[in-house]
Ligand binder design. Structure first.
Ligand code: NDP
Ligand code: 8X3
Length: 246
């Protein structure tokens, strides 16, 4: 039996999830990492001596098999997600809307529900949901992604209400621009368009968000950090950023 706390991270094959794995490992957590790209996941897990299992949060059976045998989970980082497209409601793809909803909203609830008994058994457990400023401020072309990240904010608040008096802490971390594979995924591999998102400004890094996750997770057990919004210095809102000329 080990006394090291266990952290489960979804979407740990790249970006914020992978950086959170490194940061939580440094804090002494044991890790269980999940995502769909198994080679990438293994590459993150190996140097950390972490366990990994394939996970597709849009698939209930995959979620069940990922969670199998977990009796006690101290920290669940609900990070798997992202945006698809930046088109107006008139032009956006319905399939993209459905995938975003299934991943960012249903996926987060599927896995949290599955792990709730193990989080309670950790006494206290902690759920950290990765939201976004897109869940605070709508923007043109954002309807599908705005809707799912507003939902993450609502779900986080519902979790706090449903579990008040029980030993589970609940936090939402809502970042602005973070340079990861996020924009490559959003623009479906269009590297030029993805690169332009971060041109002329210094975005947040995945490590900045990992740092925030560690801070929220390491407060004394009676303290619940409800929500944290963080942005690059050069970003005031989802649409107002200061770019230096090239
Ligand atoms: P990345 O694209 O680098 O990471 C997304 C992660 O989610 C990958 O590990 C991916 O793994 C995983 N993922 C996607 N779909 C699924 C699925 N169906 N099942 C399991 N895992 C899945 O981007 P980020 O690190 O930036 O994104 C992490 C989170 O942060 C997302 O929820 C995103 O919305 C949020 N966010 C990002 C911001 C940014 O500017 N980058 C700002 C605010 C919030 P795989 O493909 O291997 O399954
Ligand atoms: C990512 C931030 O502003 O691109 O969640 O929607 S934004």
């Amino acid at each position: 039996m080990t006394s090291q706390p266990l952290a489960v991270i979804t979407g740990a094959s790249s970006g914020i999830g992978a950086a959170a794995a490194v940061a939580l490992h440094r804090q002494g957590y044991r890790l269980l990492l999940g995502a769909r790209r198994e080679e990438r996941l293994e590459a993150v897990a190996k140097p950390l001596n972490a366990e990994w299992r394939p996970l597709d949060v849009t698939n209930t059976e995959s979620v069940q098999s990922f969670c199998r045998g977990l009796a006690q989970v101290n920290l669940l980082v609900n990070n798997a997600g992202g945006a698809l497209g930046l088109d107006s409601i008139a032009n956006a793809s319905e399939e993209d809307w459905q995938t975003m909803y299934d991943t960012n909203v249903l996926g987060l609830m599927r896995i949290t529900r599955q792990l709730l008994p193990a989080l309670l058994a950790a006494n206290p457990g902690h759920v950290i949901n990765i939201g976004s400023i897109a869940g605070r401020e709508p923007y043109p072309g954002g309807a599908g992604y705005n809707a799912v990240k507003f939902a993450v904010n609502a779900i986080t608040r519902v979790m706090r209400m449903e579990w008040v008096g029980q030993p589970v802490r609940v936090t939402e971390i809502a970042p602005g621009m973070v340079e990861t594979e996020f924009s490559m995924v959003r623009f479906k591999g269009d590297a030029e368009r993805a690169g332009k998102v971060y041109q002329g400004l210094q975005p947040l890094t995945a490590e900045d968000i990992a740092d925030t996750i560690v801070w929220a997770a390491t407060r004394p057990p009676h303290v619940n950090i409800d929500e944290i919004v963080l942005k690059p210095l050069a970003q005031a809102t989802a649409t107002l950023v200061a770019r230096k000329p090239l």
